[in-house]
Design a protein around this ligand. Structure first.
Ligand SMILES: [Ca+2]
Ligand SMILES: [Ca+2]
Ligand SMILES: [Ca+2]
Ligand SMILES: [Zn+2]
Ligand SMILES: [Zn+2]
Ligand SMILES: [Zn+2]
Length: 727
């Protein structure tokens, strides 16, 4: 079938909240246990017998991020793992003491609503994109805090019922049909909430429900999904029939029987992670079952292919099996190489998250990054022996059998290169089926990648255990490694869903990474992210400094309703961290802290979202006494919106702060790498702001090394590549 004219197709994504494991999939015992699932349950008779045969079913479909409602929905919308916990703010429910502002929990990258509206010059009032749901959400589902997008191109939000009435799905469905009939929107996300609600209530400790209510909710949601398709496909429905794709999926699963049973969810077990996806529409083959691994982040790219918009910030890949046309694979306009920046990668796929390190002496530079050229993300390595003018061909260092790899970090010890990253390996825990599980991995090379040591899984994610509310899972995220004398340090953020029960662990090794000891950087974290480390030997101590961000989406309790830039330090190479503190606390989004030292100076930089003016700015905080006392923070960026700060203390004895500055006025919207520097420990910064990158389109996420070499992810060719330059 020909692809329908661009922008002429219509797409509906129905999220049937968490009906997994008990109810939807039962493993076919006669089939390959790792890949083959059949729909066995009579509770989903409509989808099994009527809907799925009309289209394409992905049976190996996974949530590899947060298996909760907020994180799941935002991941569906943005195509990039959104590590946000459930939020009373996002659901519009304020509990207890409500004297503080609600905090921002929008996704950091654009949703499909925003991509579609912006590409077609629509606005919320154009009524082309809608969220319709029983989940009482504010605008967190409708728009992001991405500098280029946001509320002015967000989706409309229709909540019904507007209270906590249950059952609600039939009422939500009526409002959905009314919305479709009235406005003829082109892109709709609908959420049926009852299955999840009654799943939780079925807990024997909960008086409000029992398992039969849960099964009934599945039957109702199943029939509503089928009714929706019959309505969209009805002969009289000339606006939608033959032009509309329906995608049915779920935000997360529920615990399997080995991890507490179906009542709750939010962990990393098979039941929580394993989802389903059924797609039906004019561009989708019938009677097709796809067995390969596919992910929740693939939905936004698929919607982009159907509706004809680019989705540059998504990290998933379009579900090509359900598309009877050749996907564009998110390729945007190629604006050419630019003037004097050095291109490190040349792929037609996603190359992102670069990190760079330089030897203490000599001109050799080392870069690691995540690359999706072979269809799965791998960690790649390249080096330059002439200060970045020329680069080796990239070589893979992540384990080939791993099915995903993310966020590498790199440091030098002498001339040895040490890297850490997180990779997802298939693992069995208590049941016959494997589940993708995140590991923190380490490897090193003594000869510029001629030979890499065996990949050591330094730590693995921890499964939830019964009772799951007391023993929640932890998942590895955002590892970082650093060295400047003494012990080697490597820290990783571990997140789960239980408030104030998550941790940042510091792994330190005194024998080159063969053995690792652990200590805690923070034991009261919730969703710690974007950890950065700096270390330096000073007056006979091995100092280590860690900065990261965290949030608390509840009004009451230990921390309460805020985003944080958190900080801690160690004076013995990471063996003990003694000074956990808040460098900044705010009701608005803070992001991407970065730390650098020239002891006794310690400088931290971060980005702050100004919601009133829809603008990001970069800030700087500093200490003159090894982190004891902190001076007033200062804004470093100019009037333009600025994200992704990256701070270094360079070999010329200056601090440099790099970031990505947006120029939202032109076409394309341009984000370029700029910097300022300080010669006095961060007290004063150059009055000029210098521009480093010179491509058109997005140059984002700079990372710098002591020799002032800077790498970043760059979209100037219409596909993400790694670029390099130095001030
Ligand atoms: Ca109950
Ligand atoms: Ca692989
Ligand atoms: Ca340049
Ligand atoms: Zn949910
Ligand atoms: Zn739930
Ligand atoms: Zn679970």
């Amino acid at each position: 079938m020909e692809r329908l004219s661009r922008g002429g197709t219509v797409c509906a994504v129905a999220v049937m909240a968490a009906a997994l494991m008990f109810g939807i999939w039962v493993r076919d015992v006669s089939a390959d246990p790792t890949t083959d699932y059949v729909i066995a349950s009579d509770y989903v008779e409509c989808m099994r017998d009527s809907l799925a045969p009309l289209g394409t079913r992905y049976q190996n479909f996974w949530n590899n991020g947060v298996t909760q409602t907020h994180g799941g929905h935002l991941t569906i919308g943005t195509g990039i793992w959104q590590l946000l916990p459930n939020s009373t703010t996002s659901f519009g429910i304020c509990e207890g003491d409500d004297t503080e502002d609600n905090i921002s929990t929008e996704p950091d990258k654009p949703t499909f609503f925003e991509y579609y509206n912006k590409a077609n010059s629509y606005h919320p009032d154009s009524n082309k994109t809608f969220y319709v749901g029983g989940k009482t959400w504010r605008d967190t589902i409708a728009c992001s805090v991405d500098p280029e997008f946001g509320r002015s191109v967000g989706g409309r939000v229709v909540i019904y019922p507007q209270d906590e009435t249950a059952p609600a799905d039939t009422a939500t469905y009526r409002v959905l049909i009314n919305t479709l009939s009235t406005y003829h929107p082109h892109l709709v996300l609908v959420n049926f909430k009852d299955v999840d609600r009654y799943g939780h209530w079925a807990d024997p400790d909960d008086e409000r429900g029992e398992p039969s209510d849960y099964y009934r909710a599945i039957v109702v949601a199943d029939s509503l999904v089928w009714n929706l398709w019959k309505w969209l496909d009805a002969e009289w429905n000339t606006f939608y029939k033959g032009k509309t794709t329906l995608i049915v999926t779920t935000d997360h699963g529920r615990h399997d029987d080995d991890h507490g049973g179906f009542y709750h969810h939010g962990g990393i077990c098979h039941g929580c992670r394993h989802l389903f996806l059924i797609a039906v529409g004019p561009d989708t083959p019938e009677e097709t079952v796809v067995t390969r691994y596919a992910y929740q982040i693939d939905i936004c790219p698929t919607v982009g292919e159907l509706l004809g918009f680019y989705y540059p910030h998504a990290r998933g890949s379009a579900l090509s099996e359900m598309l009877e046309f050749e996907p564009s694979h998110q390729t945007g306009t190629n604006y050419g190489a630019g003037q004097d920046d050095v291109r490190i990668t040349s792929t037609d796929s996603i190359s992102v998250s670069p990190k760079i390190a330089s030897s203490a002496t000599g001109d050799t530079l080392h870069v690691v990054y995540a690359d999706k050229s072979d269809g799965e993300f791998e960690i790649m390595y390249a080096y330059s022996t002439n200060s970045g003018s020329d680069w080796s061909s990239p070589a893979q260092i992540s384990t080939d059998t791993a099915i995903d790899a993310q966020v590498p970090s790199i440091c030098m010890i002498g001339q040895d290169v040490h890297t850490v990253w997180m990779e997802s390996r298939l693992h069995k825990d208590g049941q016959a089926d494997s589940v993708p599980r995140w590991y923190l991995c380490h490897s090193r090379t003594t000869d510029c990648g001629g030979h890499w040591s065996n990949v050591i899984p330094v730590a693995s994610s921890k499964y939830e255990r019964v009772p799951v509310r007391e023993k929640p899972s932890w998942t590895i995220w955002d590892p970082s490694i650093n060295y400047d004398g003494g012990n080697k340090m490597c820290a990783a953020a571990l997140y789960g869903i239980e408030r104030n029960k998550n941790r940042i662990v510091s792994f330190y090794s005194t024998n080159g990474g063969a053995h690792w000891d652990t200590s805690w950087v923070d034991t009261l974290a919730w969703v710690p992210q974007h950890l950065d480390l700096a270390s330096e030997s000073y007056q006979n101590d091995d100092w280590g400094f860690a900065a990261w961000c965290d949030l608390d989406t509840l009004a009451t309790g230990l921390k309460g309703y805020a985003w944080y830039i958190k900080f801690n330090r160690s004076s013995n190479g990471g063996a003990y961290w003694f000074d956990l503190r808040d460098l900044h606390k705010d009701s608005t989004y803070v992001a991407d802290p970065t730390v650098a030292t020239d002891l006794p100076y310690v400088v931290v930089s971060w980005a702050l979202w100004d919601g009133d003016n829809a603008k990001w700015q970069t800030y700087c905080g500093r200490s003159e006494d090894v982190g004891d006392h902190w001076e007033d923070e200062a804004v470093l960026s100019s009037d333009s919106t600025a994200i992704d700060p990256e701070l270094i203390f360079a070999s010329d004895n200056n601090f440099y702060d790099f970031w990505a500055e947006y120029d939202r006025s032109g076409t394309p919207v341009d984000a370029h790498i700029v910097y300022r520097y300080s010669t006095d420990g961060g007290e004063h910064w150059s009055s000029n702001q210098y521009r480093l990158s010179d491509g058109q389109s997005y140059s984002l996420r700079p990372h710098a090394c002591k020799h002032k070499g800077v790498v970043w992810e760059d979209y100037r060719h219409g596909t993400w590549e790694i670029y390099f330059d130095s001030p």
